[in-house]
Design a protein around this ligand. Structure first.
Ligand code: MRU
Length: 347
């Protein structure tokens, strides 16, 4: 496992880089049960929509590898139970449900195989999900890079980079591509209260890659836009509804309103596995409510008075009308999204 790889399969186990400890410590945990894998997603050791999907796929492969059975079809009940357990870990990122469904449907289709072959084929399918995600991120980088204006000053929110995916990233893909091809690029990184994915993770991986960055607190975004210092915004997505409404990290909607007010283009970068055609608009996307403690405390230290509770919706929904384009592995999707997404997903 390379140092900054979020998740990997190795010798019948799932390796998870514990992102809760970054950037101070790089610790890789090794899991051999689906319960531990589900817990690693729930507790945000691994986070980011595509990385959660890859981890869940490996979790399904774990069950196929280790559960006892004489014949392949006997594993289907255990795989169905694993799917339920993994699906219960976090509610908003659709890549999780997409990956467990793909793994389960693959298992059903392959149940005629001899058990040893079945176990290996499930590992291969999980690895295919990971490899495809990496390839999709690289394609997003190629399609999105030309959207970055010449001065190259991009604002991003949360972490939609290599740590949130199989590698390279969605929102950070076009930025990495611009940097690799020698273009001037400078990233304004929102710290992303309350969980600080921007300060802890995006700043960390951009710095490692040598991409120039400035860390800002979330409430500085309007100031920098007003100063004319932001040329475009690129964020990731946890779920995109059929009409183009986008659920992403809490604060994304506010950025989109600000971008609109300043005439700054706002792009969303996500693979097609993040598009949920079963949901007609953003109001139907389940929004995870996380612990109040993550707001009242920072780094284990309480900052709000004892007895105060805080609200903590972890995501918000940006209406499609505030999004200038959705960058996916097949190209850039432009409004009107209802027809554009239907065409894209039919192909
Ligand atoms: O709560 P998190 O850290 O899992 O939230 C992550 C995000 O909101 C990302 O922007 C999104 O998953 C896209 S990751 C490529």
């Amino acid at each position: 496992m390379t140092q900054l790889q979020s998740v990997a399969w190795a010798d019948g186990a799932v390796l998870v880089l514990d992102q809760r400890l970054l950037p101070q410590q790089e610790v890789v945990n090794r899991y051999t049960t689906v319960a531990d894998v589900a817990e690693s997603i729930r507790s945000m050791q691994v986070r980011g929509a595509p990385a959660i999907g890859c981890t869940a796929a490996y979790g399904m492969a774990l069950v196929a590898t280790h559960a006892s059975a004489q014949q392949s079809h006997e594993l289907l009940p255990a795989l169905a139970a694993a799917r339920t357990q993994l699906d219960a870990s976090r509610p908003t990122a659709v890549n999780l449900f997409w990956a467990t469904r793909r793994m389960y449907e693959y298992a059903v289709a392959q149940q005629h195989l001899p058990i040893a072959e079945f176990r290996v084929s499930m590992q291969r399918e999980a690895q295919a999900i990971f490899d495809e995600d990496l390839a999709m991120c690289q394609a997003i980088g190629r399609h999105g890079e030309p959207l970055i204006p010449a001065r190259g000053r991009v604002l991003t929110h949360c972490n939609a980079g290599g740590l949130a995916t199989a590698g390279y990233g969605t929102a950070l893909g076009p930025i990495y591509r611009a940097h690799e091809t020698g273009r001037a690029v400078h990233v304004y990184v929102d710290e992303t209260r309350p969980y600080l994915q921007g300060a802890r993770l995006t700043a960390f991986e951009l710095q490692r890659a040598g991409v120039p960055l400035t860390l800002i607190t979330d409430n500085m975004a309007a100031y920098f836009m007003g100063q004319g210092l932001i040329d475009c915004i690129i964020v990731g997505a946890d779920r995109i509804a059929a009409n183009g409404d986008v659920a992403n990290k809490i604060g994304t909607y506010g950025l989109a309103v600000l971008a609109h007010a300043h005439g700054i283009p706002m792009y969303v970068a996500a693979p097609t596995s993040t598009i949920d055609m079963r949901i007609s608009d953003g109001r139907m996307i389940p929004i995870e409510e996380r612990s109040s403690d993550e707001v009242t405390m920072i780094g284990g230290r309480r900052i709000a008075p004892e007895g105060v509770t805080a609200a903590h919706p972890a995501f918000d929904v940006t209406p499609a009308r505030l999004i200038n384009g959705i960058i996916c592995e097949r190209g850039v999707i432009l409004p009107p999204y209802t027809t554009a997404l239907a065409d894209l997903m039919q192909k």
